[in-house]
Ligand binder design. Structure first.
Ligand code: MTE
Ligand code: MO
Length: 335
């Protein structure tokens, strides 16, 4: 992403860009001066350690979850390895570097946890994670995941349809959008306290969906990954997964879900409205103002020399399921 303090784009830090470059040359090439060379977090882990593949944080082992594996959602796609799914993250509350969340997010207290569902509903409710496990059955769904920064993964998430929770709350006829909020806990989330650590985003992180998007069966509330409860860096204990949209829509560590009348504010849109829209549907034909979205770098099992560029798919490959939601909408205008 491109917070004010994150001076280079994802395209500048692809393996291609750093091939044959040592740390100093790289920083120079990125136009960063001597001061930047002392920025250890941003550059070293993402660019150097990460794709060397040798000093990633070990995947934490969360609690095993009970879940089914519905055939239609066990896509036959090459999975991104677990250590990358749980070690290469965006969670700016814990820092801007891809390795920061895995290193720092254990400070977040995720148990006990309460999530409030309210606003334009007949049955507002507050649930803890036990309530959620009792009311909803979890399924594994293998989904493509595409970050707006033009990298992608394939992830075996575990969760349940957001629509089932919303139905239980009984949206009123006024409800047209759903607004989500991440926990605000500056004492546990250094990025919420310090704008240099948190990239200058307004916190708490907020996101939103149109009600029909939220009710779509592909839209998940996610409680686990790789067979276990979510580790904190992936948004424990509960986060959103909307597989046809850019990753920033997948708000983590949710405490509040409000049904509302008007389009709610969203964090990246507040920061840079010309770059990150409300819809954020994955679309190879609508470029980010500063980089192409036509292709993406798939993060698989390879190391620094493997450059897995592949074409970006319209709606991230889910067009047959979701394109009808956007009939008559100009996708370029509503990016
Ligand atoms: N609260 C919060 N949620 C967030 C983010 C964040 O910084 N804070 N980053 C988003 C972005 S940009 C992406 S790509 C995904 C990354 O999810 P993952 O780390 O589980 O792959 O989380 C999204 N949810
Ligand atoms: Mo992202």
């Amino acid at each position: 992403m491109n917070a004010p303090f994150n001076k280079f784009t994802e395209n500048d830090v692809t393996p291609e860009a750093i091939f044959n470059a040592n740390r100093r040359q790289l920083l120079k090439r990125l136009g960063l001066g001597a001061a930047a060379i002392s920025l250890p977090g941003m550059v070293q882990a993402d660019v150097l350690s990460w794709f060397k593949g040798n000093d990633r944080p070990k995947a934490p082992s969360g609690k095993k979850l009970a879940f089914s594996q519905p055939e239609q959602y066990q896509a036959k796609l090459t999975l991104t390895p677990e250590d990358k799914v749980t070690g290469y993250n965006n969670f700016y509350e814990f820092g801007l570097d891809k390795a920061d969340p895995a290193a720092n997010a254990a400070s977040l207290k995720t148990d006990p946890w309460k999530i409030e569902i309210g606003g334009e509903v007949a049955r507002p409710m507050t649930l803890d994670m036990d309530d959620i496990a009792k009311r909803f059955t979890f399924e594994q769904r293998i989904y493509r995941m595409r970050c707006v920064e033009a990298w992608s993964m394939v992830v075996p998430w575990i969760g349940f349809e957001l629509g089932k929770l919303l139905k239980a709350a009984e949206p009123t006829s006024n409800a047209r959008y759903v607004a989500f909020q991440t926990v605000f806990a500056p004492d546990q989330m250094p990025g919420q306290k310090d704008r240099f650590i948190g990239g200058g985003l307004p916190y708490p992180y907020v996101e939103g969906l149109r009600l029909d998007e939220a009710m779509h069966p592909l839209t998940l509330l996610t409680t686990g990954v790789y067979g276990k409860a979510l580790p904190p860096q992936n948004g424990a204990p509960i986060r959103l997964t909307v597989p046809w949209k850019y990753g920033f829509k997948g708000i983590k560590s949710i405490v509040k879900i409000m049904l509302v009348k008007d389009m709610p504010p969203t964090t990246w849109n507040l920061l840079a409205p010309g770059e990150y829209g409300f819809y954020a549907n994955v679309n190879p034909h609508v470029d980010h103002p500063r980089w192409s979205q036509a292709t993406e770098r798939f993060i698989g099992s390879g190391g620094i020399l493997d450059v897995n560029r592949q074409p970006t798919l319209l709606f991230n490959g889910y067009a047959d399921r979701v394109a009808s939601l956007y009939k008559g909408l100009d996708l370029r205008e509503n990016f």
